[in-house]
Ligand binder design. Sequence first.
Ligand code: UDP
Ligand code: MG
Length: 138
Amino acid sequence: MERTLSIIKPDAVGRGLMGDVIKRLESNEIHIIGMKMLHMTRSQAEGFYAVHRERPFFSSLCDFMSSGPALVMVLEGEDVIKRYRSLMGATNYKDAKEGTIRRDFATDIEKNVVHGSDAPETAAVEINYFFNSFEIMT
Ligand code: UDP
Ligand code: MG
């Protein structure tokens, strides 16, 4: 069993897509073991995406991520990091495969509906960024 951090980003919450994304998790044996809605401050968004701080899209990304409420979840399942990333699809929805969340719902390379951790080490850091142990079902 493995865990990963998922965020349904502000574009998707605003467009009423939380249910669609959650449905895909529940249909794919990905279990939600922690969940909260939050409206990140800009500095919380900057901290979350600190690895990207030198990238040209960083400032706009942090504005976007702090623009409205997001749904943050801890997901659990076998090989869930990789399986959730493949359900999400490529970062740029135009490159994402048919039937992926981003291909089906994203409108923009930045406003791409979902986040998912990319490796066990980043998943652990990202889960700890938003959740304490009492907020995760075991
Ligand atoms: N992003 C962007 N422009 C780019 C690349 C990324 O706006 O050229 C945004 C997009 O929202 C993406 C996030 O920055 O999801 C983090 O980028 P990363 O490369 O980590 O993509 P992800 O892991 O989310 O697929
Ligand atoms: Mg990433």
